[in-house]
Every structure is written in structure tokens, then in C-alpha cells.
Design a protein around this ligand. Sequence first.
Ligand code: ZN
Length: 251
Amino acid sequence: MFFSAGLPLVILVLCLPASPQQAAKHVLAFYSASVERDHVIFAEQALKFFASDAKAHGFEFSSTTNWDDLNATTLQGVQLILWLNDSPHSPAQRAAFERYMEHGGGWMGFHAAAYNDESTGWPWFVNFLGGAVFYGNNWPPLPALLDVDDHSSEVTRRVPPHFTSPANEWYIWKPTPRANPAVKVLVTLARSNYPIGLKDTIQGGDVPVVWSNTRYHMIYMNMGHGDKIFDSPGQNRLFEDAVESLLSQRR
Ligand code: ZN
């Protein structure tokens, strides 16, 4: 009896079914093919990049140019939405996105996806971004030195503390999202870049480039203009890890 006391437990453990294979998570990218040419080029490259990322990391990836796919039925099996170069314009699309995000959905937006001004007419979205309103940009697109604000984040842990980001059109925001206590800024335009631009110049100031409004499962990245964005292996790790981080927050 003494020697067999542990046996029932062993049998129980051996009889437990193997943990079921987790269903692959699904990432759905939205983009527009009729916007500024440099934004379309970025989107086309991003589709290839994330399709390959999906194979490497075991998630499903699909894309659409139909923003009406922002609806409850389509989004049901989607763990993460990407907006590559645009944002929804119809009230129904916007309402579906609000519901999705307010109920724990995941979002990563690039560059023009967060563009908003007085004509946008979507206050919820400005709050979602942490309060950021587009204020200006440099021109032409130029490479820039970026500072990582928080190395402890799983999004930035594989990125060098300071790195050169390929040519991009950098956006300035007023107010800066950093003013919002719910916002975690992950990457910022280094001050050593100033002044940056020729025709339009950013003279100075605080320019967050990657941030999260921690009230949501969301990350915004300002990169996304032209055909150079994926030229930096270091920066590519940032994109991959942001997707992994957002997917890990989803069931
Ligand atoms: Zn642009």
C-alpha cells in the first residue's frame, strides 16, 4: 500500500487528454488602393511582409480593400485588424470598429491610418488614438533617428535603443498623445534630427512615432510612406513583435 500510494495520481495524469491545438489567430488587413501612391506602395509591401510573418509565426493573414468588411459578422473570427493606409469613412464601418475595439478587439495602424483633422468628424477615433490630431509633417520623406522610450515592452525589446528608420513622412500631432496618461509612448523621433525636411520642416518638439492607448489593445506606428519602410531588419522586428504582442492579448 505504501509503495502504490502515488499510482492513482500517475494514472490520472497519463489519462488526461493532450491539450487541444489552439486555433490559429486571424489578422485582417484593411487598405485602400486609390489613395496617395506612396501609401499604396507601402500597403502592397506590407501585405507581403505580414503574409510572410504569418507563415513564420503561425497566424492566418488576409486582406481587403472593402471597408464594409468592418462589420460584426466579418470581425467575429478576427483577433487583430491592421489599417495600412486609410481609415473607415462611413458611419456603419466606424460604428462596427468602435464596437469591436470596445469589446477587446486588436488594432494596429500605420501612418495615414491615424490621419485626422477637423474634416474627419470622428471624435471617438481621436480619443482612441489618445487625443492625437494631425498637425503637420516633413517633406520630402527622409530617414530619421528614432529613440526607444521603453525597452521593457515586448514590442521594443528586440529593437536597438536608437536606430535609423528608413525614409518616411513623419507626422506631428497636436496635442501630442504623450499628454494622455493612458498613452504609453514606445518610440519617439530623436531631437538630433531637427530640423528635418526641405520643403516642409519639423523644427523641433515632441514627436511620438509609436504608441499605445492602454485602454485598448492597440498600437499606432507612424511609419508607412513609400517603398523603403521594410528596408530595416531592426525596424521589421518592431512590426513583427507588435503583432505578436497584440495577438497574445487576444483569446
Ligand atoms: Zn504619407
